[in-house]
Design a binder for this molecule. Structure first.
Ligand SMILES: [Zn+2]
Length: 322
């Protein structure tokens, strides 16, 4: 049953990715009439209604050889990419759940663990938000409020289900629901607050925006879903990825504008799946190495400053409002 669940999760991810393509496309339209999410899919070239059998994730793109059936207009490779990416993330969530297995062994067979199933649904939603926001930010340098704000609210409310977002303290005198709600709230405040602080300092030092207020809200959302420890780890990983990939891009002579949101999203995904090993490395393996090497803290400080510097120089913000 475990394998069936993993395959099912990947198929669900492909369908969700197909819907995310619509979300990404419509949230970028300037005309508010084209932004409504109701109704069926239309061809972006000629406006013809797309029939269901031409709308099967990935498969239709391959069978149609990247051409629309109605008018022969090109279907960008972006569409199957988003579908495959979402399918892969959902599969990863099913195969390597950061919250415990959904399908558990019980005497005489297998059963569904309800809390793990709810956690799967919540994290799948979180991953969907990250995918959509990354592509929108990549295209437009904007992280729309219409996604980050509900994302923060959903992350907070999910805290009310004990065990979904972790608990803040082990004090048994307050209810588990309250402690887990507080864990989400702490994540939101720490994630948003730290990002706001870095943005303020960076803007003052470099006199230019490397992060916008949209990044602050995105990090608030990430913190509300994953808790404050993972939010800090996400910020750290986002800076490292931004600095490294930004440097590689600059050395390769690609002067394209790459916003910070996608790096934060990658950081959040890595923090979500590999929080344990990374924290073990940072706080156990690394300090041991430091004790035997007196210059190690200098290396670490130098690396952190260099990363932030590279980030602010390389990662540029275009227009930024929401
Ligand atoms: Zn068409």
């Amino acid at each position: 049953m475990g394998t069936v669940f993993e395959v099912g999760a990947a198929l669900l991810g492909a369908c969700v990715g197909s819907f995310l393509n619509v979300v990404i496309w419509r949230l970028q339209q300037e005309d508010p009439r084209r932004r409504s999410l109701g109704g069926r899919s239309h061809c972006p070239h000629c406006g013809a209604l797309i029939r269901w059998f031409d709308n099967v994730p990935v498969l239709s793109w391959l069978l149609l050889r990247a051409r629309a059936r109605c008018c022969g207009g090109r279907i960008a490779v972006r569409y199957p990419t988003v579908e495959l990416l979402t399918a892969g993330l959902f599969w990863l969530l099913a195969a390597w759940p950061p919250f415990g297995s959904v399908v558990v062994a019980v005497p005489g067979g297998e059963a569904i663990d309800l809390t793990a199933a709810a956690a799967f649904a919540l994290h799948a939603l979180f991953l969907s938000f990250l995918v959509a926001l990354s592509f929108i930010d990549f295209d437009t340098q904007l992280l729309p409020d219409v996604m980050t704000k509900p994302g923060m609210a959903i992350g907070l409310l999910a805290g009310l289900w004990p065990g979904l977002a972790g608990v803040l303290s082990n004090d048994p005198s307050t209810s588990v629901a309250l402690r887990s709600l507080l864990a989400s709230l702490a994540g939101l405040l720490v994630g948003g607050g730290v990002t706001w602080l870095i943005r303020a300092v960076g803007s003052a030092v470099f006199r230019r925006e490397a992060m916008g207020f949209g990044d602050v809200k995105l990090m608030g959302m990430i913190g509300a879903f994953l808790g404050w420890q993972a939010a800090l780890l996400t910020m750290f990983l986002g800076c490292v990825f931004g600095a490294v990939l930004g440097s590689v891009g600059a050395l390769a002579g690609r002067g394209t504008v790459i916003p910070f949101g996608p790096y934060l999203a990658i950081g959040a995904v890595v923090a979500m799946f590999a929080r344990g090993p990374i924290l073990h490395f940072l706080f156990t393996t690394w300090p041991e190495w430091q004790r035997s090497n007196p210059t190690a803290p200098l290396w670490l400080a130098g690396f952190a400053v260099l990363s932030l510097f590279a980030l602010f120089v390389l990662v540029r913000r275009g227009r930024r409002s929401g």
